[in-house]
Design a protein around this ligand. Structure first.
Ligand code: ATP
Length: 349
């Protein structure tokens, strides 16, 4: 069991508030991802769970026990960092064994535990090597094995894949998810990469300016964003955000008119629509009617960029869609897939 509870957790330095009064329950066995832009407070929150940073307010508990007076080294958590932090002069075997020695685990168990952890990350045949004789991906797996080896209650991972090349990141991502499911260890994972968050998480805490803006499953944050910030942060390419107004329930914006999009009339409304929810249609059926700006074939889809007044919007068109730049183009938005936000507060309407 490892349930982590944050209650009113804050961290400030002088006047600057890095983490602002966070309440969060991380469930036993859960893969929780902290997602947000640089500086939003995700690393600080994780370091407070690890005990590497003291909160200036609030309380963190693991399995009902307050961690306030528990030293980092006495918390049953293992961390994996972006910089693998392996000891260069030790073999991979000794690197993986190190936490067992530190924790005073009986020496007779070491060999079995080290080999078990190494097998889990498929490093069994590299145990005699020094870290410099491994590839980046292998080093990251060694760092993971070192975290796994003593079977901690909690894994804390800070952008562990960000030093790997794009292809390796995909492989390691799947492997990481597989291992976490096998071990069933409660995991907190920090990233600014929304694809990583979507693919790994049971739940995502989307953070902005020291607060959790939305907490939900990947499906919930993608399909039901509660705020303009979440809508714009998640998705690739991101959601199109078109400023305008509601006029008797119709959204009216640059080159855009959507009948019955909302209720009543109000100014300063932002309409959000995802690229995959914009269908290219004959002009008379369009919600957005403008001109083509560019086409980018990616292999499986064609990214179709068009004007919406003075800004650009992106749609995912079919793999075979081709048109000349500057030709008229119209898009229909999928029913039920249009989101409205208050332009002032950013809140969903
Ligand atoms: P990144 O993805 O860039 O690591 P992050 O979301 O993890 O960002 P944090 O490292 O948690 O962000 O930092 C949150 C805020 O707190 C940042 O604005 C940062 O500058 C500030 N901060 C972090 N540590 C300190 C410190 N020791 N003193 C003052 N400010 C700090």
């Amino acid at each position: 069991m490892a349930e982590i509870k944050l209650r009113g957790v804050s961290k400030s330095w002088g006047d600057f508030i890095g983490v602002d009064n966070i309440d969060l329950d991380i469930r036993d066995k859960e893969f929780m991802v902290f997602l947000g832009p640089s500086g939003c407070g995700k690393t600080t929150t994780m370091r407070m769970i690890a005990g590497l940073e003291d909160p200036t307010g609030g309380d963190i508990s693991i399995d009902g026990e307050s961690m306030t007076d528990v030293d980092a080294r006495d918390r049953d958590v293992a961390m994996v960092f972006q910089s693998y932090a392996l000891y260069p002069n030790m073999s991979i075997y000794e690197n993986i064994r190190f936490p067992l020695k530190m924790r005073g685990i009986p020496a007779g168990d070491h060999d079995r535990l080290v080999r078990q952890a190494a097998d889990m990350v498929e490093l069994g045949q590299y145990l005699d090597r020094k870290p410099r004789a491994l590839s980046g991906g292998q080093r990251q797996r060694a760092a993971l094995a070192r975290a796994i080896v003593r079977q901690p209650q909690v894994f804390l991972m800070d952008e562990p894949l960000s030093n790997l090349d794009a292809k390796l990141r995909l492989t390691m991502r799947a492997q990481l998810k597989h291992i976490q499911r096998q071990l069933e260890t409660t995991t907190v994972y920090v990233t600014h990469d929304q694809i990583e968050a979507m693919t790994l998480a049971d739940r995502i805490a989307v953070m902005n300016k020291g607060k959790i803006q939305q907490l939900g499953t990947p499906d919930e944050v993608y399909n039901n964003p509660n705020h303009l910030f979440v809508a714009g942060f998640i998705g690739s390419p991101p959601m199109n955000l078109i400023p305008g107004a509601l006029e008797n329930g119709d959204f009216v914006g640059p080159d855009t008119r959507v009948k019955g999009a909302g209720q009543g009339s109000r100014a300063n409304v932002v309409l959000g629509v995802r690229p995959e929810d914009m269908e290219i249609v004959p002009t008379q059926d369009g919600h957005l009617i403008s001109k083509l700006y560019s086409l980018e074939p990616t292999g499986d889809v064609t990214l179709v960029t068009a004007w919406a007044g003075e800004q650009l919007v992106v749609a995912k068109g079919s793999r075979v869609f081709r048109q000349e730049v500057d030709t008229p183009i119209a898009f229909k938005f999928a029913p039920g897939r249009v989101f409205l936000f208050d332009g002032e507060s950013g809140n969903r309407i």
